[in-house]
Design a binder for this molecule. Structure first.
Ligand code: AMP
Length: 281
């Protein structure tokens, strides 16, 4: 595995042959969820393609007061995991290499980014789109793999690729979970023992919502939202940021939960904000 730290070197190394480059963008602190994306990327790359994993804690997608400075950065461990998972290139630029001091061009998606996490994290998706666009250019990826855990991010990136004609195919991979149902996340490491014990309530509440919907056929979205909020709020340390019932493709709020439903939640445990979702086609 090659480790590349400079964007210029990355751009020089990329696009060197007829076989696909498959990119897995991450912020590091890798876990089984990331490794499943790398595994998916290897299948998409085939025997002759090349799997790039980027590890970059992107400053422009963090808002003031968010966890940019304390985000975990176990680089040596990440490099080992990438190597063991069979990545061909680890691209780990420094922030100063990615953004000039007077960087002034950003990519903004204006519709799908507005609700859900976009409503409580102003500027977040602008930062995500900007860095992903840069990663696509630098690596000249043919395919990029993203996790369904960040459903809104996946939808926003797909829209960016469609609307700006990026020559890249977006592949989605399912959410990998702990045995108790908690979606794996680099931020789970922040949870105190009692918070960690209560965090699986997100998954349980979403599964209960799916049961309610499947047994009723269709439901007013507001009733579904209320039931999820009630289930989550039974856990005393859980503070609901949002529970929303939206169309899984357009992310538009639904009045009636019937077809292609996405129930998405964000919940705080102390200073840690966790997200999860369930797709009910
Ligand atoms: P992050 O490092 O959190 O920015 O995530 C990098 C990529 O890994 C994104 O495409 C995420 O959606 C994906 N990802 C994060 N957690 C999981 C998970 N538990 N299962 C599958 N993919 C995940």
């Amino acid at each position: 595995m090659k480790t590349v730290r400079s964007p210029v070197a990355a751009a020089r190394l990329a696009g060197s042959g007829p076989h696909p480059i498959v990119l897995v963008p991450t912020m590091g602190a890798l876990h089984e969820g990331h490794l499943s994306l790398i595994c998916h990327a290897k299948i998409l790359a085939g025997r002759k393609g090349c799997v790039w994993v980027s590890v970059f804690v992107n400053p422009v997608q963090f808002g003031p007061g968010e966890d940019f400075s304390r985000y975990p950065r176990p680089f040596a461990r990440d490099a080992r995991l990438c190597r063991e998972a069979g990545a061909d290139v680890l691209f780990a630029p420094k922030p100063t290499g990615m953004y000039a001091p007077d960087h002034s061009v950003f990519v903004e998606e204006s519709r799908l980014s507005a609700g859900l996490c976009g409503a409580s994290r102003s500027g977040h998706f602008r930062g995500v789109c900007t860095v992903v666009a840069k990663l696509f250019h630098l690596t000249r990826a043919d395919i990029a793999v993203f996790g369904e855990k960040d459903w809104q991010q996946l939808a926003v990136i797909r829209r960016m690729v469609r609307d700006l004609d990026f020559p890249v195919r977006i592949a989605a991979a399912p959410t990998i979970r702990e045995p108790d149902g908690l979606a794996m996340s680099s931020r789970n490491a922040y949870l105190a023992t009692e918070e960690r014990a209560q965090a699986p309530v997100l998954r349980r509440a979403l599964l209960a919502a799916r049961e309610r919907l499947l047994s009723g056929g269709s439901l007013p979205a507001s009733r579904l939202v209320q039931s999820v909020i009630r289930d989550i709020s039974r856990r005393p340390l859980a503070v609901v940021d949002y529970v929303e019932v939206v169309d899984a493709d357009t992310l538009a709020p639904l009045r009636c939960a019937e077809h292609n439903v996405l129930v998405a939640v964000a919940v705080r445990f102390g200073k840690t904000r966790l997200i999860d979702n369930i797709h009910i086609p």
